[in-house]
Design a protein around this ligand. Structure first.
Ligand code: HEM
Length: 654
């Protein structure tokens, strides 16, 4: 009998699910207990009629359970226990079938159950002498957790045949821990090395390293963005999951990045570039005064430059990191911390509504939002007389109705996040590689001097866009933020202070958005055939950008920084030196399809200006005693790459 009494709350837990089914099928009772009691025959018929073996089994078991409780038959304790356990197990299997995505351990799922159990316990307390409420709750919720774990590891799970680490198959929290260290890109690569091209990296998530499905996954008609994007600043473009909504939101962005619009931005780039050169000159003078040689943290200057420039684009200016020689206003800090939080939350997006309760992260998310709001207000005061990104996004061009301030703030923050970190990372990485590969560096300088002789500022975007070596370097860098080999090492050169970049580190290479962007096969969509893979519904997947780029099946010598692979006219020479495989369809550092990076052309334009001007203006050398290779150790993947200082001796030429 105690099993019968103690089981009443379990039955009530089942009632919650039944009542939601009843309501979904037109039942009117708002109280779940009443709903089930009044409609239980109908509900069970409904469930049993489903073409679902779990639901049918559940219906049968529940029916005997209810009969047993109400008739208070002389069921033996062990029979009763068996019946309850099997009922709750089968019920959970049926729920897992239906809701095997993030909701399964959602607080919205557990909390009402617990509170309903509580309520139910008191209702029945007058009938039963069962005192341990906490025990009931603990058993109930532990059972849910146990069933969840058992199901996720079981051969019945739709992703059971995909290999992957056990902890990752159990819970997404595992990847939250991996991510917190900032090395998820390396971890994904290791997993692909161990388990192969298609691996299970979450209870319902796959990572795929196969270029042949880039088009079916990311191309038009491909998969929808995954719940991961819920972590991005809502309701920004990048957070939009619905294809139609995304296409609508993307229109003003597309208008903001036409060739004509980009031409207008060149003035802003030039102004900021001149300021950058001035700041580096001053920094060199300061270092000389302090007898530190002419040591410059080139990475910091690129971050300041890119943030100031994106501030001009998104909010009409007001960010003056270059002028201040540092992040006095804490802009970079807000963005970096925001990115870190977003990356962690992206793995468990259902915690987003509760994020404000977590120490630290809540405060930072609020700061990020306030930051956007303040800047929107400032830009609105300036009026529509400047043609920046805000001009198009806010409808100042007359093409759309003015969006809400919340929309404008979210998109402005997105532009700064998406546009400054990625560009500064690529610039720093390019200098790092040129610095490690002097022949390539010299070739670039020769090209700049040939096109812009006599110290003429390299500011003609048409010429810059046609310089083969410059553009090959631009292309190869996002693909290639860090390198396993460098020329000094290959040639056994006498520059031991910055050789052997990362030969001991395994695959330490990565594009600016290394782990790719998540996509989903939605619930109810049925299994989706993507090339040779059939992906079950309710599965999230990542195309591992880093792994695909670094795959010798796509690019010969994938670990070598070889811009010449992008120069078609050198195909013969390349083939002779072993560069035979060059699968351009496997190259997607800016993503692909309808959600391809909208700022790609702006990023390339900006970087062409900066690289050619700095190469023309300065000599770069290794600082004595500074081990440049340590820069690679500082790279962290928080959706985009975050990086530490890159110290270089910079000397003005002529
Ligand atoms: C080297 C520089 C850059 C790289 C490597 C890069 C890469 C990417 C990637 C991989 C995505 C994800 C697309 C997806 O979800 O499928 C993306 C999206 C985006 N990027 Fe970039 N990006 C760069 C520079 C910029 C710049 C300068 C801007 C300027 C505002 C920008 C704005 C955006 C926006 C708005 C999106 C969201 C697009 C959408 O969802 O439709 N990016 N970028």
């Amino acid at each position: 009998m105690p099993y019968v009494h103690g089981s009443l709350p379990f039955i009530w837990g089942n009632a919650i699910f039944l009542s939601s089914e009843v309501r979904a099928s037109g039942g009117k009772d708002s109280d779940p207990t009443l709903a089930v009691f009044r409609n239980w025959r109908r509900t069970i018929r409904l469930w049993a009629s489903h073409d679902n073996v779990y639901k049918a089994a559940y219906a049968a078991l529940l029916s005997s359970q209810i009969k047993m409780v109400f008739s208070l038959t002389n069921t033996s304790n062990s029979d009763a226990a068996l019946l309850y356990l099997s009922t709750s197990f089968v019920r959970n299997l049926s729920i897992f079938q239906a809701f095997r995505t993030i909701q399964i351990l959602h607080l919205d799922y557990l909390a009402p159950h617990s509170s309903c159990l509580l309520d139910h316990f008191y209702r029945f307390a007058i009938f039963i002498k069962y005192h341990s409420l906490y025990l009931i709750l603990a058993i109930y919720n532990s059972l849910i957790l146990t069933y969840t774990a058992a199901y996720r590891l079981s051969p019945w799970h739709p992703l059971a045949n995909y290999p992957g680490p056990i902890l990752a198959r159990l819970s997404k929290f595992y990847f939250v821990l991996v991510c917190a260290k900032g090395k998820q890109h390396l971890y994904y690569s290791q997993l692909h090395e161990i388990y192969g091209d298609c691996i299970r990296v979450g209870p319902n998530e796959l990572s795929i390293r196969d270029a042949s499905i880039i088009h079916p996954v990311l191309g038009s008609g491909g998969l929808q963005k995954g719940p991961c994007t819920l972590g991005s600043p809502p309701p920004s473009l990048i957070a939009s999951r619905d294809a139609a909504d995304h296409a609508r939101k993307r229109k003003p962005w597309n208008r903001a990045f036409t060739s004509a619009a980009l031409k207008e931005y060149e003035v802003v780039i030039t102004r900021r570039l001149r300021q950058l050169v001035e700041c580096i000159d001053n920094s060199i003078k300061e270092s000389a005064k302090e007898k530190r040689g002419s040591l410059v943290n080139i990475c910091a200057w690129f971050e300041y430059f890119a943030t100031d420039f994106m501030g001009d684009m998104a909010f009409g200016g007001g960010f003056e990191l270059m002028r201040d020689g540092g992040d006095i206003g804490g802009v970079w800090h807000i963005l970096e911390v925001g990115f870190q939080n977003i990356t962690l939350i992206a793995h468990v997006p259902w915690v987003l509504p509760y994020a404000k309760y977590f120490p630290g992260s809540g405060k930072d998310l609020v700061r990020l939002r306030e930051f956007g709001n303040v800047n929107v207000a400032k830009r609105l005061e300036m009026g529509p007389n400047r043609k920046d990104l805000f001009y198009y996004l806010s409808g100042e061009d007359g093409q759309i109705e003015r969006p809400t301030n919340e929309d404008l703030a979210a998109n402005g923050v997105l532009a700064i996040i998406a546009g400054s970190d990625t560009t500064s990372t690529t610039l720093t990485a390019l200098f790092y590689h040129l610095f490690c590969n002097p022949a390539m560096y010299e070739r670039l300088r020769d090209e700049v001097e040939k096109e812009f002789p006599g110290g003429e500022e390299p500011l003609d975007s048409t010429i810059l866009g046609q310089m083969p070596w410059l553009n090959a370097c631009m292309y190869v860098t996002p693909f290639f933020i860090s390198s396993l080999e460098c020329e000094w090492q290959q040639r056994g050169s006498a520059r031991p202070d910055f050789v052997s970049v990362s030969e001991k580190r395994g695959v330490a290479t990565t594009p600016p958005v290394p782990s790719g962007s998540q996509r989903s096969v939605l619930r109810g969509a049925g299994p989706k055939a993507l090339g040779k893979y059939v992906i079950p519904e309710q599965t999230q997947l990542f195309l591992n950008t880093h792994g695909i780029h670094r795959d010798a099946r796509n690019f010969s010598m994938p670990n070598s920084f070889l811009p010449q692979r992008w120069i078609a006219s050198e195909a013969e020479k390349n083939a002779a030196s072993g560069i035979t495989v060059h699968n351009t369809a496997a190259f997607f550092p800016f993503s692909y399809g309808p959600t391809v990076c909208v700022g790609k052309n702006l990023a390339l334009l900006e970087m062409r200006f900066v690289v050619s001007r700095l190469i023309q203006r300065y000599d770069f050398q290794a600082a004595p005693g500074y081990d440049v290779k340590q820069w690679e150790d500082t790279l962290c993947d928080y959706f985009a790459i975050q990086k530490g200082p890159l110290m270089i001796e910079v000397t003005p030429r002529n």
